[in-house]
Ligand binder design. Structure first.
Ligand code: PLP
Length: 370
């Protein structure tokens, strides 16, 4: 009998079920106290003055772009090695993503390439922390500061990671975390925008809530807003997940350490490694293959053993939607080379040691034979 191991799996325990049930029984399932409590926990975690919880990370990024007044024809420098939402949020506002290639080490945008991508229309940079590791955020932050650009920090994969003790999500004028079920903590669907700027926080609260004013008068709308609110069931789930954050992080650290131990020394395999000064809470566990290893064949072999895997990421500029803007193969060689050689293997906080060993053994065998 082959095992079935999930690629990712949320860690939902009795406390989550109890609190969500309590919310259901209370009758207040939207616009209640748990969203505010969740926001308080997130702001405290990231050391930010304000947190605005919302319905997804994508919604958070969209509101960040809108709140900064980035619109028609404005350019934002960002990374093509990411989940598509970090570029789509610009298209929603008819702004133009200006992609720059990534660093081989961090897999985030290369600060040395930013100057070449800058134009008079550049309004912001939108760096992405990939897989839970950090990008060159201090350098990128300094560049944004020197140029007078906004910094939107996509920390959707990086809740819990710190650089020199400072949490990711604390660097942007606006920073965003996401809570889809495969992220470090989950609310089902959900996200949050973090800032220290009271005016931006107020605009984002209004954008989230149909453009209503601060006083929230129900049928008075002062700007074009959205319904990007987080419901109370999701918020209550998030409250418990935030309380358990360190426990969940410890589970992932155990899995990462065991993979590292079992896979170290396998020829042709590069394992994930934290950037300097960085304490990583991994979002996914992504290995890289040396040239000559047929990734598709490895994936097929593992699938036959009940082990799902996924190439991470397909570059944004090569997505069919983005090719329409004229991008093509060869535009961002580091991104394309990395994308062609990476594979996410099963990773979640409760993955049993025996499953980790099984994945490691089968992966080694798929690469080198029995
Ligand atoms: C998960 C993620 C998002 C947001 O995704 P949602 O599913 O909308 O919450 C944004 N950017 C990156 C890099 C992500 O991984």
């Amino acid at each position: 009998m082959t095992r079935r191991i999930p690629l990712a799996e949320p860690n939902i325990g009795p406390d989550e079920i109890e609190l969500v049930t309590k919310v259901l029984q209370s009758g207040t399932i939207a616009l209640g106290p748990y969203a505010a409590e969740f926001e308080r926990l997130l702001a405290a975690h990231a050391g930010r003055a304000y947190a605005v919880a919302c319905s997804s990370g994508t919604a958070g990024l969209h509101m960040a772009v809108r709140a900064l007044g980035i619109g028609d024809g404005d350019e934002v420098i960002t990374s093509p090695f990411s989940f598509v939402a970090s570029a789509n949020c610009l298209l929603y506002e008819r702004a133009v993503p200006r992609f720059v290639d990534i660093e081989e080490e961090s897999l985030g945008m290369d600060p040395g390439l930013v100057a070449d991508a800058a134009t008079v229309r550049t309004r912001a940079i939108l760096p992405v922390h990939v897989f839970g590791n950090r990008c060159a955020i201090t350098d990128l932050s300094a560049i944004a500061g020197a140029r007078g650009w906004h910094l939107v920090e996509d920390a959707c994969e990086a809740l819990g990671t710190t650089v020199a003790g400072r949490p990711l999500g604390s660097f942007g004028d606006l920073s965003v975390f996401a809570f889809y079920p495969n992220k470090q903590i989950t609310t089902g669907e959900g996200g949050v925008v973090l800032t220290d700027d009271p005016e931006l926080a107020e605009v984002i609260r209004s954008l989230r809530n149909q453009g209503r004013d601060q006083d929230g008068t129900w049928l008075r709308h002062v700007r074009l807003g959205f319904n990007y609110r987080l419901d109370e069931l999701s918020a209550a789930l998030g409250v418990v997940q935030m309380r358990r954050r360190e426990e969940l992080a410890a589970g992932r650290a155990r899995v990462a350490a065991r993979y590292h131990d079992r896979l170290t020394g396998v020829d042709g395999l590069t394992l994930p490694r934290a950037m300097p000064d960085t304490q990583v809470d991994w979002f996914v566990y992504v290995v890289r293959f040396a040239g000559g290893i047929d990734r598709n064949r490895v994936m097929d072999d593992l699938a036959a053993d009940g082990i799902p895997t996924r190439p991470y990421f397909n570059p944004i500029h090569l997505q069919p939607l983005y090719r329409e803007f004229g991008y093509r193969e060869g535009d961002f060689p580091v991104t394309e080379r990395v994308a062609a050689s990476t594979l996410a293997i099963p990773f979640s906080s409760r993955l049993p040691d025996a499953d980790i060993d099984y994945v490691a053994e089968r992966l080694t065998r798929a690469i080198h034979g029995p």
